[in-house]
Design a protein. Structure first.
Length: 89
C-alpha cells in the first residue's frame, strides 16, 4: 500500500457526514459511498498521511489490532484506486 503517494483525483468531490462518505467522480458521474471508517480514512488521505500512519490512527481510534487496520486501509485504498478516485501523486 502506498497511500503516502496517493491523493484524491481532481475530478472527485467528497461529502462527509455522520453517516459516512459519498464521493462523486464529476468526470464520469460515478457515485461511491462508504461508512464512517471510510470517511475517516479519506480525511487522513486528504491530510497527506501515509498508509502506516492511517493504520495506526485507526487502530487507536477504533481499538482494533494494527494488522487488521493495515489490511482494512490497504483494501479501501485499493478499491479507490481501482475506481480512479485516488491517483498517484
Amino acid at each position: 500500500m502506498h497511500a503516502d503517494r496517493l491523493r484524491p483525483s481532481p475530478a472527485v468531490r467528497a461529502s462527509i457526514s455522520t453517516d459516512g462518505l459519498v464521493l462523486l467522480d464529476a468526470s464520469g458521474g460515478f457515485v461511491w459511498s462508504s461508512n464512517q471508517v471510510g470517511a475517516r480514512i479519506w480525511q487522513l488521505i486528504e491530510q497527506r498521511r501515509s498508509g502506516a500512519e492511517i493504520a495506526l490512527q485507526l487502530a487507536g481510534d477504533y481499538g482494533i489490532a494494527h494488522e487488521r487496520a493495515r489490511g482494512d486501509v490497504a483494501a479501501f485504498v485499493a478499491a479507490l484506486v481501482e475506481r480512479g478516485l485516488l491517483v498517484q501523486d
